[in-house]
Every structure is written in C-alpha cells, then in structure tokens.
Write a protein that binds this ligand. Structure first.
Ligand code: FE2
Length: 265
C-alpha cells in the first residue's frame, strides 16, 4: 500500500499581496504546514504529498517559489496537477525537476510506486474557470489504466466529475465528465479519483469508480443551493486529506483546526 497527504487549493499569492484582497494565503499555507507536521507522528509514514491544483492564485513565479518552499518542509515526494488558477508555464517551471513532469504540452503524468499507480490529469483551460479534459489527456488516461496491471490506481485532477449544487461552482466545473467516463476501460480495477476545486468534501461516482474532493487549505464555499446564492468564499472550514491505497484503502478529509483533547471517556 501507499499513503499520501492530499493538499488542494492553496491559492498562494506573491508575497506582499492578499488573495481576493482578504486572505494572506502564503501565511495560511505556512501555518497549515506547521499543523500538519505536528500531526505527522500520529499519522505515520507517508509516501508523498499529492497537490490537486490551484497552488497559485495569481500564477506568479513568486507564488510558486513560496509554495514550493513550504511544500519542501514536508520532506515528502511531491506530485501535483494544475488547477484553473495555475499558469501552466509557471507551474511547469516550479515543478520542472520532478521526474513525472512532462517537458511540454498538457501536464498529464503517471508515477509508479510500490503496488500503486498515481495518474495526474491536466484539466486547466487557461483563461477560464471551468475545466476540460482534451482528447490527448483522455487517451493518456485510457492507456495508463490499461497498463496498470494489479496496482491500486489513483487519478488526481483539479476539476472533479461531480456537481455540488452550488450554482457558481457547478458553472465552472468539469465541462466533459461524459468523455472522462468513456475513457475509463470497462475492465479496469477500482480507481479512486481525487480532486479539489470545490473547496469542500464531496463524494461521487464515475463509471462505477469513486470520486472524492478535499477541502481547501485556505477557504470554503457555503453550501447554498438557492438561485440567488451570494457568490463568494468563507474563511473556513479548511483542511486536507489522507489517502491510503491497497486492500484496506481509505480516504479521509481532515480539518486544519481540531478541538481540544483527547479527554478520557
Ligand atoms: Fe479551482
């Protein structure tokens, strides 16, 4: 089995600026890393950190430098896919030293760990919030699933193939979930799709496979399904997730702020 920390939607900005004029996301990420590091002894060995997009808010090199610096403090191999706020060139430059990073084109990749195949898919369409999987990414996925053998398979992508009921987020969701479903071979073993973008915990299915979304490290969207729901973000709850693969696989979302205790029963 393999065990991963999943981080998503960091929205780091260049130092000296604020995300949406409100959030110091660099400081929020730094504090989150401290909290996660403090929990590491209780969590045990991890095989990597999987970052499911929107690492940067503004696409600046300075924001990626800051994010990379904080990610490095985790002391784990880093795997990442871009989100709608990322800039593909700056993202590629920031993670260019990683073996999984393709030298050009879409940032679709795979990484084989013992008994686990990690697949990253690039849903970024620069200049818009909604995501899309282009034919090259779908073909990449089909090939990667067909050749996975007996490994556990995790597919990381920013835009999840599910709806939240939050109108302004569903309007910028994955544009072609039906193409994603069609790209999954009928005979492949169980796959878990892990995503972000919706800044909350949602569970869905695609072609009989699980889809989960992790909370953002910096903000959340209120579950407001009214037509006239106010468009905007909340400062919490924020969090991250852990993913275990293998015969006893599991995925759990964790809040950044936990209560006091433990108290005896
Ligand atoms: Fe996003």
């Amino acid at each position: 089995m393999a065990r991963f920390l999943q981080l998503t939607d960091l929205h780091v900005v260049a130092p000296g600026t604020l995300c949406s004029g409100v959030l110091d996301t660099g400081a929020i990420f730094r504090a989150a890393v401290e909290r996660i590091l403090a929990r590491m002894p209780a969590i045990g060995r991890l095989d990597g950190v999987l970052v499911t997009g929107d690492i940067s808010e503004d696409g600046s090199a300075a924001s990626y430098d800051l994010a990379a610096q904080e990610l490095a403090r985790l002391g784990l191999p880093v795997y990442a896919v871009p989100g709608n706020h990322d800039c593909r060139d700056a993202f590629r430059a920031a993670f260019g030293g990683q073996a999984w990073m393709p030298p050009k084109g879409k940032i679709d990749w795979l990484a084989d760990l013992p008994a686990t195949r990690l697949i990253g898919l690039d849903t970024l369409v620069e200049g818009q919030g909604a995501g899309r999987l282009e034919p090259e990414s779908l073909a990449f996925l089909t090939d990667a699933l067909k050749s996975a053998g007996a490994r556990s398979v995790v597919v990381a992508l920013h835009h999840p193939p599910l709806r939240t009921g939050i109108r302004f987020m569903d309007n910028i969701g994955l544009e072609n979930p039906e193409d994603l479903a069609a790209a999954i071979p009928a005979k492949c073993g169980p796959v878990i799709f892990v995503a972000g973008h919706v800044h909350g915990v949602y569970v869905g299915m695609i072609a009989g496979h699980r889809v989960v979304t992790a909370p953002s490290l910096c903000s959340a969207f209120a579950l407001d399904r009214r037509h006239d729901a106010q468009i905007g973000f909340m400062t919490g709850p924020t969090g991250y997730a852990f993913l275990d693969t293998g015969s006893e696989d599991s995925w759990t979302a964790q809040p950044l702020m936990i209560g006091d205790g433990p108290f005896a029963f």
